[in-house]
Design a protein around this ligand. Structure first.
Ligand SMILES: Cc1ncc(COP(=O)(O)O)c(C=O)c1O
Length: 338
């Protein structure tokens, strides 16, 4: 595997910190916990999409694009960061946003929606929640082409074979940090949604012949669907990178019991996790992704999946702007006070 051969833009200076969370380990009476602070990546308010966009934007630029089209939910971190990268690259950026329960689009909503407007998105087209987002993006691309533009479509979450390379690169970065700091990590906990992050981490681990298990926590979909999606995308990335180590479906670990009522629907575990991290470590999680992933890790600690002697690495993928759309519910009940 040689990532240096692949076109890449950079939106982060240096590497993201690998932080030891001693207070959290103490509160949970659990294993030693580290956090890869990808919430501190470049782009507006950082997050995992920044790594995917380094490779995706490079591809768009190579193909001569002057306009980016992407899609997501009303509070999409992916849309926000795609817009931020487009601004850096002097490209126009348009969104297709899905609208409908439990996430109706609110024109004046705070969080990512406010940032779309502050950053100056070119257009937002609202479509039904069940619409075919790729078809909608293609339709917009045709309209823009007719106006003389050169549009480039980025799929939801930036989760294609190019975007996943961002997390193959992240594994190389993590392994160098672990070697440098002499930290013997036993498990890595990651989110699994549109799956580019999980796929990149798995493929990266195979590519360096590493053997640290990657534990995915679902924030929306059932385990069997995620495993199928991860497996299929991973096969493409493995092939693209000439990695011959086989990946079997049985090698893919996904827990789907922390989703609760569904995508964006709060759970007590998420609310506890968000408060706990804020009040024990001064770190902001988000209510939709990292809050539920952390709730999963906390439960795996409490149910003794991890031994006290283990070293566990949690991948923080960002998303804190969405916190400001959940203010009331997050402070409704005290789960943890110092
Ligand atoms: C903050 C945050 N964490 C995790 C994820 C999930 O990553 P992936 O879509 O690569 O599975 C997302 C996706 O939107 C996100 O915004």
């Amino acid at each position: 595997m040689n990532l240096a051969k692949i076109a890449r833009r950079r939106y982060t200076e240096g590497v993201t910190p690998l932080e030891k969370l001693s207070n959290l380990s103490k509160v949970l009476d659990g294993p030693t916990i580290y956090m890869k602070r990808d919430d501190l990546l470049g782009g507006t308010s950082g997050g995992n999409k920044t790594r995917k966009l380094e490779f995706i934007m490079a591809d768009a630029i190579q193909k001569g694009a002057d306009t980016i089209i992407t899609a997501g939910a009303p509070q999409s971190n992916h849309c926000r960061l795609t817009l931020a990268a487009s601004i850096k690259e002097n490209l126009d950026c348009h969104f297709i946003i899905e609208d409908g329960a439990p996430n109706p689009y609110k024109e004046k909503a705070s969080g990512n929606n406010f940032l779309y407007k502050l950053l100056g998105v070119k257009s937002i087209k609202l479509v039904d929640k069940d619409a075919d987002l790729m078809a909608e993006m293609e339709e917009l691309a045709t309209e823009l082409k007719n106006q003389g533009k050169k549009p480039y479509i980025i799929p939801v979450g930036g989760s294609n074979a190019i975007g996943a390379l961002g997390y193959v690169a992240c594994i190389e970065e993590i392994m160098a940090q672990l070697f440098d700091k002499n930290i013997p990590i036993d498990y890595i906990v990651v989110p699994s949604a549109s799956t580019g992050t999980h796929v990149g981490m798995l493929v990266g681990m195979l590519g360096i012949n590493g053997n640290i298990p990657i534990i995915g926590i679902s924030i929306s979909k059932p385990q069997d669907i995620l495993i199928k999606t991860i497996y299929e995308l991973a096969q493409t990335v493995l092939k693209d990178l000439d990695i011959n180590t086989p990946l079997e479906k049985s090698d893919i670990i996904v827990h789907d019991n922390y989703v609760g009522g569904g995508y964006t629907v709060p759970t007590d575990g998420m609310l506890e996790a968000v408060q706990l991290l804020a009040r024990s470590e001064g770190i902001l999680l988000d209510p939709v992704y990292t809050g539920k992933v952390m709730a999963g890790m906390i439960d795996l600690i409490r149910t003794n999946f991890f031994k006290k002697t283990d070293n566990v690495l949690f991948l923080h993928t960002g998303g804190s702007p969405a916190l400001y759309t959940y203010e009331d519910i997050i402070l409704e009940k005290d789960f943890y006070t110092r």
